[in-house]
Design a protein around this ligand. Structure first.
Ligand SMILES: NC(=O)c1ccc[n+]([C@@H]2O[C@H](COP(=O)([O-])OP(=O)(O)OC[C@H]3O[C@@H](n4cnc5c(N)ncnc54)[C@H](OP(=O)(O)O)[C@@H]3O)[C@@H](O)[C@H]2O)c1
Length: 269
């Protein structure tokens, strides 16, 4: 059983990821701004201790690092999905400081503070994989979503930096499995064993990984597709099942880190 930390678990993509975790027998620790909503959505699972809701509003994060260090300590977090977010349809030249700050707090600083704490709390031999939701509006340079696109571009750059710091030039590999160790020990001769051990180690995959997934439009409260339809607008949608599948594939891929994986429905030229 893994313990998965999720922000935005009370709606849309985050909620779908939380339900996927529960379906596969994992435990969810959810940082949410509305505990009543969390209880409405996950009452039975909270009772059973399979969902642990922690209250924090991610639009102001000056206490978030300390909050995480205190509140996440009892749980050994193996996976992290940062799905909390707010949208904006406003050009950057019309966006004032308060709105810009809220956008960066929710998308960027929430991520940087939580990652900082998780890296600190991680035990030396513990695998940690993290995925944050980005958007194709970042690589697509969408003017209409202005500060939102800027914030998403920032998290794409941030994961590259964190990966570079953690995984290049030296990297921490996952420990060898029991099976691999037994196979190595079964070999004859110390030199052969040493070579086989080194090769297995180099193929083991990365211990700490961080990526973003940048999807096109998904039908959630944020996207409000019904409203778009009522305005005569149409756009290709990515099914929620596909997005969730891609998030979990990315979380479990031991060989990818520091990347922004684009799921664009062929939209970006
Ligand atoms: N939907 C799309 O088309 C799309 C496309 C590309 C990327 N994304 C990204 O995917 C992520 C999830 O979006 P979604 O479509 O699932 O949106 P959503 O249904 O609106 O969910 C957003 C979640 O973020 C939480 N949240 C917002 N502000 C918060 C704050 N200050 N503190 C704590 N939690 C906060 C919300 O909490 P409440 O439940 O309390 O409201 C909600 O659970 C976002 O980062 C979004 O930018 C979405």
């Amino acid at each position: 059983m893994k313990t998965v930390l999720i922000t935005g678990a009370t709606s849309g993509i985050g909620e779908a990821c939380a339900r996927q975790c529960l379906a596969q027998g994992d435990r969810v620790v959810a940082i949410c701004r509305n505990l009543d909503k969390a209880r409405d959505k996950f009452g039975a699972e909270i009772e059973a201790g399979r969902v642990v809701p922690l209250h924090y509003d991610l639009s102001c994060n000056d206490q978030l690092y300390k909050f995480c260090m205190d509140e996440l300590k009892p749980y050994s977090i193996d996976r992290f999905i940062h799905s909390a977010g707010i949208s904006l349809r406003q050009k950057v030249t019309s966006t004032g400081h308060d709105v810009m700050l809220k956008m960066f707090e929710t998308h960027v600083f929430a991520l940087t503070e939580i990652v900082r704490a998780l890296l600190r709390l991680r035990k030396p031999e513990q695998e940690l994989s993290m995925v944050a939701l980005s958007s194709i509006s970042a690589p697509g340079l969408y003017c209409i979503t202005g500060a939102y696109s800027m914030a998403k571009a920032s998290i794409d750059y941030y994961v590259r930096l964190v990966n570079k710091q953690l995984n290049t030039p030296s990297r921490k590999y996952l420990p060898l499995s029991e099976g691999q160790l037994t196979a190595v020990e079964a070999l004859e001769g110390e030199e052969q064993k040493e070579q086989a051990r080194a090769k297995a180690q180099a193929q083991a995959g990365l211990m700490v990984r961080i990526n973003t997934l940048a999807p096109n439009l998904i039908d959630t409260p944020m996207a409000d597709y019904s409203f778009m339809q009522s305005q005569g607008l149409s756009a290709p949608l990515i099914p929620m099942t596909v997005v969730v599948q891609e998030i979990f594939k990315l979380l479990e891929n031991k060989y990818v880190s520091g990347k922004s994986v684009i799921l664009d429905n062929g939209v970006i030229a």
